[in-house]
Design a protein. Structure first.
Lengths: 472, 321
């Protein structure tokens, strides 16, 4: 869906020398305020409150959200995920993928503009930069100025703030894998474990690099999202568009004159849409892969339109069809319900329902039966035949449990030896059991039998596990 | 164990071939990067190719930091090849080999094991059997190395003794158990005992007699005949009353049957003899682990308690005078 308008000019990477590689030209986005800028900040607050805050919440005497890699258990509030539950993780990722496809089909790069960590952290870091070094023009001047005491102070202050925020980010991320309160106690002496130490500084360094220095380079060159947006959009996707018919020909003019009589469109060529763009593009050239959909240009242009008393929306969210066919909002909204969207929504709903149902019915007891392989059966007193099994009893719940065992499936079958076992919370216990049956029961060779493991405290916690009994 | 690894190649050709290829590829990358960095870009223009009637590609410059990262990877490659194998046969400055890494990891594991269970080696087997941590380790070892034959519960199977009872073919004292595991055992019952000319009918008589020794149902007429045959063919090893001899021949008058108690099975035992083997685990596992295993087996309950030390009697009161 690339624009068929005029070829892009003024690409920031163009250099006079013309080599295959070009030095990075720094982008100085001007600060912007408006409806969409407010929404962006709401997204920043929401996502970061969750990220920085959730690891501090307690639950049942432990951290509420903890991915304990060493013990191989992931805790998410009341749910405990063992390695056997990795299926849920796969389903969760599929849900995220379909949700992304759905949202992008409807509203374009909403993820990129509002929720992506790269966007969120870049916003926060730029806000810090703006606070310390000033807005666009001040920053450009500072960069071009000679080295001086005040320049050094501003720079150092900025890098220091970035550094502290980056370290806290790395610290928080590691706090989801090692209890954060433990980490906090280790901070004064920097007495972290070796891997914690490594990851805190690794993540911190990358946060600093990505949000502080690389910024839009990630979106432009590293992230694949930009490149396959062409496949995710269709002519009914809401994208940020400059209304060429309304805006052209562009030109500066006095507010009091009749611009139509002068042969102008509504675009006053103030260049603010370019100045506020974090990737440094000109949206007037049409949909481009660099556009992350942050809608800063919409906010900037709307403000100018207000000042000129022109109607808002010279740059707005609209669709390709709407531009071609001059649709109003009713038609645009009507076209949101189309095959692609319906299919994504149905699949998404089905998978979410399946996921929630699976979580609700996750068993709190798991039993694995491993029968002796080499010594299959033996003869014991009274002419009975005995088979030996190793049981792995996994108490997934967070309460200690006592389980009782019972066998059935063959005439006269019984358990010899221990028939009950205590298992501590969230642990696996192994035990050996001997199952005896008369020599005449069943047939020669393999006979299916069942082992019942029941909790003595909760009737509902039980497992009916199948295994085999070998008659020699 | 030291293996000498010889190459299948008789000439140095392939070594040189690989070196040439590696050097050539890296050189090619360097030359390509350097030469193309001077190439002009056509910023804003397309490459000129058109696919599927409308698909075109811009020819815009790449950011400089990409180029520096390419150079970084080349430097990394050169450093890596100097330190690790890859440049033909060159072993690299660190001399890393798969086998070397394995040996190093094995040494670390053994060190950890020795730290954890070294002290137990100095205690005697009976004392180790009482240590719960050693008992758990012993159980884990047992399940790994012994359970295939003796069963996960150590109660054995046909041909593999029950380690939990008090019947011991080779001795049940802690030291003997350890010796069995360390050095293994070879059991051989000669076919037809000491009388190779026994016929099928006589063997049947013997089988009935042996069953009667344990109180199992047997043909009384055959038992009579079998008794005489037993004295000639079997008593030398199994004892005149079939009570057996530890280390020589099993006790035939108890309820423990290694191969089965049916008449047919006993006939088979006598007719063909029995050969059985417990492998030696000494060299394979090392003495520490065998020590733990011996303690575990002894701790299963059937082991023969070591004799209590007999105190010298108190001197008679008269001697004090």
């Amino acid at each position: 869906m690339s624009s068929s308008q005029s070829k892009p000019e003024d690409k920031p990477q163009e250099t006079a020398g013309g080599s295959l590689y070009a030095a990075h030209k720094k982008v100085y986005p001007r600060s912007v305020s408006g409806v969409f800028a407010t929404w962006r900040w709401v997204a920043v607050w929401l996502t970061q409150l969750v990220f920085y805050g959730m690891c501090w919440l307690p639950w049942n005497g432990r951290q509420a959200v903890l991915f304990d890699l060493v013990e191989r258990k992931f805790y998410i509030f009341g749910l405990v995920f063992w390695p056997q539950d990795v299926f849920f993780l796969a389903i969760l990722l599929i849900i995220c993928a379909y949700a992304l496809f759905l949202v992008t089909a409807i509203g374009g790069r909403l993820w990129c503009g509002y929720a992506c960590p790269q966007t969120v952290y870049t916003e926060v870091f730029m806000w810090i930069e703006c606070l310390i070094e000033g807005d666009r023009n001040a920053r450009m001047k500072l960069d071009q100025s000679e080295f001086s005491g005040s320049k050094m102070i501003r720079r150092s202050a900025k890098y220091l703030c970035w550094g502290v925020l980056s370290l806290w980010t790395g610290f928080t991320l590691v706090g989801y894998f090692t209890p954060i309160k433990t980490l906090l106690q280790q901070v004064p002496t920097l007495n972290f474990g070796p891997w914690e130490f490594f990851w805190i500084f690794f993540y911190g360094a990358f946060a600093y690099l990505m949000a502080g220095h690389l910024r839009e380079q990630v979106c432009k060159y590293m992230c694949p999202y930009a490149r396959f947006q062409g496949v995710m959009f269709d002519p009914d996707t809401l994208v940020i568009t400059y209304d060429v018919e309304r805006g052209e020909p562009r030109g500066a003019r006095s507010k009091k004159t009749d611009y139509r009589a002068q042969g102008f469109g509504t675009c006053v060529d103030c260049g603010l849409c370019v100045a506020v763009c974090p990737t440094g593009i000109d949206i007037r050239n049409g949909l481009q892969y660099e556009c992350i959909g942050c809608a800063a240009c919409i906010d900037a242009c709307d403000q100018v339109m207000d000042k000129m008393s022109y109607p808002r929306g010279l740059i707005r969210y609209t669709t390709e069809h709407a531009m071609e066919k001059h649709w109003g909002w009713r038609e645009i909204l009507g076209h949101i319900v189309r095959p692609r969207v319906v299919i994504y929504t149905s699949i998404l709903l089905l998978i979410i329902i399946g996921f929630v149902w699976g979580l609700a019915t996750k068993p709190s007891l798991r039993v694995d039966i491993i029968r002796d392989r080499a010594s299959l059966a033996r003869e014991v007193d009274d002419g009975l035949i005995e088979n030996v099994y190793r049981l792995q009893i996994m108490n997934v719940s967070e309460n200690p449990q006592k389980y009782v065992l019972a066998v059935d499936g063959l005439e006269g079958i019984s358990l010899d030896g221990a028939t009950s076992i205590d298992v501590a919370p969230a642990t696996t216990q192994a035990m050996t059991i001997q199952v005896r049956a008369p020599a005449e029961a069943g047939k020669k060779g393999s006979n299916p039998i069942y082992l019942d493991v029941k909790s003595t405290t909760d009737e509902k916690i039980s497992v009916h596990e199948k295994t085999t009994f070998i008659q020699p | 164990m030291d293996f000498k690894i010889t190459s299948d190649f008789v000439s140095n050709f392939w070594n040189l071939w690989v070196m040439v290829l590696v050097f050539g590829s890296i050189l090619f990358c360097v030359v390509l990067l350097w030469s193309q960095s001077k190439a002009p870009n056509n910023a804003g223009q397309t490459t000129g190719h058109v696919w599927d009637e409308t698909l075109e590609e811009y020819s815009n410059p790449l950011p400089n930091w990409w180029r520096w990262m390419f150079y970084l990877t080349i430097i990394f490659a050169i450093v890596y090849l100097a330190l690790y194998p890859g440049f033909g046969n060159n072993p690299g400055k660190y001399g890393w080999t798969m086998r070397g890494q394995y040996e190093a990891e094995k040494a670390v594991a053994e060190e950890q094991f020795n730290q954890a269970y070294g002290p137990q080696l100095k205690m005697d087997v009976a004392a180790v059997a009482a240590d719960p941590k050693a008992k758990e380790a012993g159980q884990r070892l047992f399940l790994t190395y012994c359970a295939q034959c003796h069963g996960a519960d150590a109660k054995g199977a046909k041909g593999f003794p029950n380690l939990t009872d008090s019947d011991w073919l080779w001795g049940g004292s802690p030291e003997t158990i350890k010796e069995t595991i360390l050095k293994g055992r070879e059991a051989a019952m000669p076919a037809k005992g000491l009388k190779p000319d026994l016929n099928a009918d006589q063997i049947k008589d013997l089988a009935n007699f042996v069953r009667s020794l344990s109180g199992l149902a047997a043909d009384s007429l055959r038992v009579q005949r079998g008794k005489e045959l037993f004295a000639q063919a079997c008593a030398a090893c199994h004892g005149p009353e079939g009570k057996g001899n530890v280390g020589v021949a099993p006790n035939l008058s108890d309820k423990v049957w290694l191969y089965g108690s049916s008449e047919d099975t006993i006939i088979e035992t006598i007719t063909k003899g029995r050969q059985n083997r417990m492998p030696a685990f000494g060299e394979f596992l090392g003495e520490s682990k065998v020590h733990l295993l011996a303690a575990y087996v002894y701790g299963l309950g059937g082991g023969v308690k070591p004799e209590a030390k007999v105190e010298a009697p108190a001197p008679a009161a008269e001697e004090k005078k």
